[in-house]
Design a protein around this ligand. Sequence first.
Ligand code: LHQ
Length: 263
Amino acid sequence: MSFEHILFSIDAGVALLSLNRPEQLNSFNGRMHEEVQEALRLVRRSNDVRVLLLTAEGRGFCAGQDLADRNVVPGAEAPDLGESIERYYNPLVHTLRDLPIPVICAVNGVAAGAGANIPLACDLVLAARSASFIQAFCKIGLIPDSGGTYALPRLVGMARAKALAMLGERLSAEQAEQWGLIYRCVEDAELRDEAIKLARHLATQPTYGLGLIKRSLHASLDNSFEQQLTLERDLQRLAGRSEDYREGVSAFMAKRTAQFKGR
Ligand code: LHQ
């Protein structure tokens, strides 16, 4: 499949996926969804990719659903928005969350609607200082989707989640960092370099172990203390059998830098 609305490349263990419909603020139409799905299939199938970096071109990150798309315009026949969600948005956020490698999101500009929640399905979110997050759904009679109603109360607490979702006000990147919605806000000019630096670093780390960390932290949101301790035992058992654990300990003992293979 050739890509028209995204840029996609793999280099030194880092898959870089950049949304590329800048005139429409990278809002999603069907074609862009299909391309993102294809790129994520390539990431899943590759043995070389150890980090995924998601970002976008132009002044915006993503304005959510393209509201001019023929599948969503409320025309003669009422559109089935559940169908778009089932077909595109839910699989997208599921994949980002479930990938057994670190997923970094670099939010380069305004992130609205589904575009504000897709980053929340990623592991480490950086945002440019001029970027902002808008739960725009309430302005058009919708509810936050793409995992927004799941992530928001968990990240910022119910009071702020309700205000964000019901008022649809613009939240600055700086405030998003202070509220714990994202990991870090960086200067605009440094965003891409910072994100790539972080991705390249993580691509040299014990990928299998990082995948297990991600899995255990996700599970902790729903587990009891007891269940979580049991899971830690089981996952640590798996981690302890990895090549990277062996290498990490050998390198530590020999006082040399570890050469992790990601397995
Ligand atoms: C757009 C869009 C856009 C098309 C900017 N579509 N063109 C899931 C399932 C199925 C259906 C429904 O939805 C969902 C999930 C969702 O994501 S619902 C939420 C959809 N998104 C929104 O409601 C956000 C709409 N956009 C905005 O509120 C503003 O554009 C923001 C605040 C993002 C940016 O404002 P500005 O910086 O002032 O830019 P702008 O409004 O001038 O937009 C620039 C251009 O991008 C403009 O086109 P034009 O031809 O006039 O230059 C906009 O029409 C276009 N654009 N968002 N979602």
